[in-house]
Design a protein around this ligand. Structure first.
Ligand code: ADP
Ligand code: MG
Length: 469
């Protein structure tokens, strides 16, 4: 290893300062309440090669933070320090972690909340930071337009130019993961706020729910409502999260009506069209479909190439077109992964000062490419696991709770989390519309059992190997 890498190993004061900045950004993004409930307890560990370790006091917290904030933590770290490629979240008791690391930035309180909606440390803080800040990288200029997204792009532009025009209110953007919904929403927001006169509130549906629950608990729902109703533009991202959350849906419905009646603009995103979002209240679904509904389709090869070209050019590193074509062929699922792969190539090129070639690409992206060679689906996992324990496939989604079916179901959820890139709520939905907390529980339960029971661990490992092919 060259010296540049060796001197990055271990926890240096630099790393501590970077960590402090990562925390600050994350705090600004998620708000105080979530930060205190989940993230404050993270303790910085060492940086070894390209992997930074972060410690959490309990497995529950570790899984929750990994599921909800893992990707973002990684992105923020990469922005701070281009040597960091991976963030490894580990369970470690506070005292051990502090001893292992020279910089325990804060002394965490080792509490273990029972559910994600557990009472945050200070509820009144929920009122002060209503919306998440906009990501300045997500602009219309940095959005590459092609056939699959040109309609959604045009609608977003139109709303940014002339908010609240009839026919475009609400604007409902939908499409699969990583296809640019959040990017477009931020672009609308930045465009509108750049003039300074329009107030824009952007938040994920999940955050909307947390804010709402926090407001109820701190008896400040009136303020919450007033604040929401005072904005010119309200944007709610990933609305599918509100499925099954009836009270929150109700609140959103009323806010929605109040804003539209007052001539304000609403922008909503989801993974499906309003008519396909089963589990949403009918009247809400109807209202959501009343404005403009725009679909972002899966990327085409041409669009992937254009996106890669634009991003490579912006990075200043020269990437041969053969490499771009190779990536566009291999990574077809979503733009986020495509971008992640390219970023890693660029980081390596910068780090080692070597040109990017097809050969170095295969080497540097070995793990990503391997994962894309074989995509395991949740259905496959359910099938294999049911066969293995001789239960009916339908029991993967049934309500039966007998151990004989519940345990295999938990294993299937665990494997789904490990082997696919599906989020916890998405996995839950595939298992008879279970809540994401159930999936989270299954993951930690199986991890725990595997540690205690070698025969069980062997079973699970066997299944994993079979599925990975
Ligand atoms: P979604 O919200 O639909 O899951 P995002 O908006 O978060 O997806 O996009 C994932 C990543 O891919 C972001 O970094 C975004 O900037 C990038 N991205 C997606 N589509 C495009 C595009 N057409 N042009 C440029 N970047 C894109
Ligand atoms: Mg998004």
């Amino acid at each position: 290893m060259p010296e540049t890498v060796a001197c990055m190993t271990g926890t240096s004061p630099d790393i501590a300062a970077q960590w402090a900045r990562v925390r600050e950004r994350l705090k600004a993004e998620v708000g105080d309440v979530e930060y205190r409930t989940w993230l404050k307890q993270i303790v910085l560990g060492p940086l070894e090669e390209d992997e930074i370790s972060l410690f959490l006091p309990t497995r529950f917290l570790r899984d929750w933070v990994r599921g909800q904030y893992g990707d973002r933590l990684q992105e923020l770290w990469r922005l701070e320090n281009r040597f960091v490629q991976r963030v490894e979240l580990q369970v470690q008791r506070v005292s051990d972690a502090a001893a292992a690391s020279a910089v325990a930035v804060e002394t965490p309180a080792p509490v273990e909340p029972e559910s994600p909606a557990a009472t945050p440390a200070s509820l009144s803080e929920a009122r002060h930071d209503l919306a998440a800040p906009l990501d300045t990288r997500f602009t219309f200029d940095s959005f590459v337009v092609g056939k699959p997204n040109e309609f959604a792009y045009a609608c977003a532009r139109r709303v940014a130019e002339k908010p609240s025009s009839p026919g475009f209110n609400p604007l409902f953007l939908y499409g699969g993961v990583g296809l640019g919904k959040t990017h477009l929403m931020h672009a609308i927001g930045s465009e509108l706020t750049s003039g300074g006169r329009v107030s824009v509130a952007y938040m994920s549906a999940e955050k909307f729910m947390y804010r709402f629950i926090a407001a109820i608990r701190s008896q400040s729902t009136m303020e919450f409502k007033e604040q929401l109703r005072s904005v010119d533009v309200l944007m709610i991202d990933d609305l599918q999260f509100l499925i099954g959350k009836d009270n929150t849906q109700e609140e959103f419905f009323h806010t929605f009506n109040a804003l539209v009646d007052a001539g304000r603009q609403i922008v909503v995103s989801a993974d499906k069209s309003p008519s396909d979002l089963s589990g949403l209240e009918d009247r809400l679904r109807t209202r959501l479909g009343c404005g403009m509904v725009a679909d972002i389709h899966a990327t085409t090869f041409e669009l992937r190439i254009s996106i890669l070209e634009a991003k490579a050019q912006a990075s200043g590193v020269s990437v041969p077109s053969k490499v771009l074509e190779f990536l566009a062929h291999k990574i077809t699922s979503n733009v986020r992964e495509l971008e992640g792969a390219l970023n890693r190539l660029i980081a390596h090129a910068n780090l080692f000062g070597r040109p990017v070639t097809l050969e170095s690409t295969q080497d540097v992206l070995h793990d990503i490419l391997k994962a894309h060679d074989r995509r395991v689906t949740i259905e496959e996992i359910q099938r294999k696991v049911s066969e293995h324990w001789n239960i009916r496939l339908t029991d993967m989604s049934s309500a039966r709770r007998a151990r004989a079916v519940a345990r295999p179901r938990q294993v299937a959820m665990y494997l789904a989390k490990q082997l696919t890139s599906r989020s916890l709520p998405e996995i839950g939905r595939k298992f008879g519309n279970r809540d994401h907390t159930t999936v989270m529980h299954a993951v930690s339960r199986v991890t725990e059992l595997m540690e205690r029971d070698a025969a069980f661990a062997e079973d699970v490992e066997l299944l994993r190997r079979m599925l990975e092919g």
